[in-house]
Design a protein around this ligand. Structure first.
Ligand code: NAP
Length: 333
């Protein structure tokens, strides 16, 4: 019998989740049956989308139910196997949830090579964040060399990879992030051409200064006023990639729509939303390309690993909304 500590949804939050949102408990798992594996979770991906999964609304995935283990993507190690495709010791990626151990039938579980990259990187540049940056920028944004790209939440998991992919593809790249230190990292460590500190600077006027010819691709992770500032600075034929809108994830009321949406007409621009999971068949293509960029130094993967195990999940999730992470936020179990 394996004992596992796990985090369940106790109560749907209003605004930021808090201690009442979660129930941390310990459970004994049964023995595995034929066709199953037992995994030990090593790293949990902590994602802005998790806040949306707590709301009882229709979305691209059903909400997490009250009393259910919180949904999460993990990097784990197979510790027992009665499944023909998995052996004890295999490193795997799968939706095992916020739990120390889990039993799986192998559905949606993929092996990862820890010789190529660490567990946190398999959740970051080589994981969902990297896949989102790659397909969002290249497929949805149809980025061309020589274009000007603006990325919001640029020092985060998706944004930091999106900006570096745009550089690798020959674009001029401007990042928007909170704070002087994040902006310094973008230009001095990750090779962005310019960075705007939205907490200390007027984004709309700074965008006019650093992108006087206008923006060809705006990769939006944030929504709200920053989206409006980008819409005001588009170039004709621009593509706005709706990746996320973290500025409103904790709002109880729906935000008012982008006030500058007529810019889409003026600049003959488009705005397209996407869900990365729709690209699952093409993940191998993105993993191969991003691995090559990591190996040749074109992309640096930044991860922010919080120690302390599943009991720290709630406070770690809230770090995303305070901008307390730089790069991919991961909880080590
Ligand atoms: P992340 O960027 O690593 O973390 C979130 C960052 O958002 C924070 O570090 C913070 O950075 C910024 N932020 C938080 N509140 C903000 C606010 N009110 N205004 C402006 N910035 C704010 O998270 P991620 O995992 O890479 O996700 C980034 C976005 O991609 C999210 O919107 C997420 O929902 C979306 N996403 C979409 C898909 C898809 O399939 N479409 C898949 C994965 C992720 P600062 O310090 O700069 O404020």
């Amino acid at each position: 019998m394996t004992k596992t500590q796990q985090v369940r949804l106790a109560k749907r939050p209003s605004g930021l989740s808090d201690a009442d949102t979660w129930e941390v408990s310990t459970q004994e798992l049964p023995a595995i049956a034929d066709g199953q594996i037992l995994v030990r979770v090593d790293f949990i991906s902590v994602d802005p989308a998790m806040r949306g999964w707590l709301n009882d609304v229709r979305s691209y995935l059903p909400p997490v139910g009250i009393g259910e283990i919180m949904r999460a993507l993990d990097i784990a190690t197979v510790v027992e196997s009665a499944h023909p495709d998995f052996a004890v010791g295999d490193a795997v990626s799968g939706m095992f949830g916020v739990s120390e151990y889990a039993i799986s039938d192998g559905h949606g579980v993929t092996k990862v090579d820890l010789g190529v990259a660490t567990g946190p990187t398999w959740l970051g540049a080589l994981g969902m964040a990297g896949m989102t940056a790659y397909f969002g920028l290249l497929d949805v944004g149809r980025l061309q060399a020589g274009e000007t790209v603006v990325v919001s939440a640029a020092a985060g998991a998706v944004g930091s990879v999106a900006g570096q992919i745009a550089k690798a593809k020959g674009a001029t790249v401007i990042g928007i992030a909170g704070g002087a230190e994040k902006c310094r990292m973008l230009t001095e460590e990750l090779g962005f051409d310019a960075a705007i500190d939205y907490r200390g600077e007027h984004v709309l006027s700074r965008l006019r200064e650093v992108a006087p010819g206008g923006v060809d691709v705006y990769f939006d992770n944030v929504g709200g006023e920053i989206l409006d500032a980008a819409l005001a600075n588009l170039r004709r034929g621009a593509r706005v990639v709706l990746c996320g809108a973290i500025a409103s994830y904790n709002d109880d009321k729906l935000p008012t729509g982008p006030s500058r949406y007529m810019s889409l007409l003026v600049f003959r621009a488009s705005m397209t939303g996407f869900v990365v999971m729709d690209y699952a068949d093409r993940y191998p293509e993105a993993i191969a390309q991003i691995s090559q960029w990591l190996a040749d130094g074109s992309i640096i993967s930044r991860e922010h690993v919080v120690e302390g195990g599943v009991a720290r999940f709630g406070e770690t999730l809230n770090m995303l909304f305070a901008g307390a992470n730089t790069g991919k936020l991961v909880l080590a179990v």
